[in-house]
Design a binder for this molecule. Structure first.
Ligand SMILES: N[C@@H](CCC(=O)N[C@@H](CS)C(=O)NCC(=O)O)C(=O)O
Length: 376
């Protein structure tokens, strides 16, 4: 049996970048295939349940769909190399995982779809080449691209909100650049789970599509370097002259990183609150049976949350998946000793993020057979 994993993914896919970087950093050999590959429909989809990427096939032919599940598979097997030990760092790592996978969709989609003069040819190449060469190839490509343009609006990017989306993104980018002046990763000298989550929007869209990549290179060189670094197997830190090798000592979360959290909280917190209200209303109405798949993806929307940021109202798709990952942050918090809880809460309060510890859905989510499902 070969020890090479198969990663169904594609270069321009947001969630793929997270799992791919993890495999690269952990030295796990893999071959990347697109879902256009014949084996995907025939062998993988029946076990993966949904046609999403990334989906991993292990050398033992186990199919794992979902980036978080792929990372968890290796973390659980290998002594959690990417989870820091201290409570503050653990919470920050898990929080960046949620924010990266679900909290930066607006800038990612905006900077991809609303700068067609610079991006369209590049993005079009990738969409076209994720399809097999059939007579319907161009039609399918056009359909997929239109669907993603529409997704940008559904996530809350409208003509009115575009200015605000850029304002928030640039403040965040500047803060993150400031952080990487000190350290090459979020929590010091090695990547944590949160680095991989954050990479999702920062690689395929914001760090690679022509317009936002140029913006990142010119305005936030150190962020651009982090994106490169996250896709290399080595530590890749030549510009830091006295590098360490581990997470920062004494459970330190640097002030430079808290400054990033402060900017991110501005829309992440009200959006989370609005999404919870929307999904809780939906749960009260629909009362899904325990074990039912938690829908709410683009293909199967269950409603929008409305919230206000800097005086602007935004309406965005409420997705249960955000809460699946947020539950992990809340579970870490629930398991801490009272003094550690107090220290975590104080840290999050200082950057406007503490409400995420208590915003909850009325029903918990769990994974079962490659799906997120409602618990009883
Ligand atoms: N929760 C999944 C989401 C994956 C996902 O939605 N991937 C997109 C591409 S970036 C996809 O496959 N979309 C196709 C679809 O939803 O049908 C993960 O984190 O892996």
């Amino acid at each position: 049996m070969t020890d090479v994993h198969r990663l169904y993914a594609i270069t321009h896919s947001l969630y793929s970048g997270r799992a791919r970087a993890y495999l690269i950093k952990q030295g796990i050999p893999f071959q990347e295939l697109s879902t256009g590959h014949e084996s995907f429909k025939a062998e993988v989809l029946p076990k993966g349940k949904l046609p999403t990427i990334p989906t991993l096939v292990t050398p033992a032919f186990e199919v794992i769909r979902d980036g978080a599940a792929i990372i968890e598979h290796f973390e659980a097997a290998n002594g959690r190399p990417c989870q820091p030990a201290g409570p503050r760092q653990q919470i920050i790592s898990a929080l960046f995982d949620v924010i990266g996978t679900d909290g930066l969709l607006r800038p990612a989609m905006h900077y991809r779809w609303n700068y067609p003069e610079e991006n369209l040819e590049f993005v079009g190449y990738h969409f076209l080449h994720s399809q097999r060469d059939t007579p319907q190839r161009q039609d399918k490509t056009d359909y997929m691209m239109d669907r993603m343009r529409y997704a940008a609006q559904i996530f809350g990017v409208t003509e009115q909100s575009q200015g605000l989306v850029e304002e928030l993104y640039l403040e965040y980018l500047d803060a993150l650049n400031g952080h990487f002046e000190q350290y090459p990763y979020l929590l010091g000298w090695q990547p944590c789970i949160g680095d991989f989550g954050l990479l999702a929007p920062m690689y395929a869209h914001l760090g690679r599509d022509p317009h936002p990549a140029r913006l990142m290179q010119q305005r936030a060189t150190r962020v651009y370097r982090w994106v490169e670094r996250m896709n290399r197997a080595d530590q890749d830190v030549p510009e830091y002259f006295t590098p360490g090798t581990e997470f920062l000592a004494n459970d330190e979360v640097p002030e430079t990183l808290l400054a990033v959290v402060r900017v991110l909280a501005e829309d992440f917190v009200p959006e989370t609150r609005a999404a919870a209200e929307c999904i809780n209303d939906w749960l009260a109405q629909h009362k899904p049976e325990a074990g039912t798949a938690a829908v709410g993806r683009l293909a199967n929307p269950l409603g929008n949350g409305e919230f206000t940021v800097r005086g602007q109202t935004i309406s965005a798709l409420a997705q249960p998946y955000r809460f699946y990952l947020l539950q992990r942050v809340q579970a870490i918090y629930a398991g801490l000793a009272a003094t550690d809880q107090a220290s975590v809460k104080q840290m999050l309060q200082a950057c406007g993020m503490s409400d995420i510890l208590s915003i909850k859905l009325d029903r918990q989510l769990e994974r079962s057979d490659n799906l997120e499902v409602w618990q009883a």
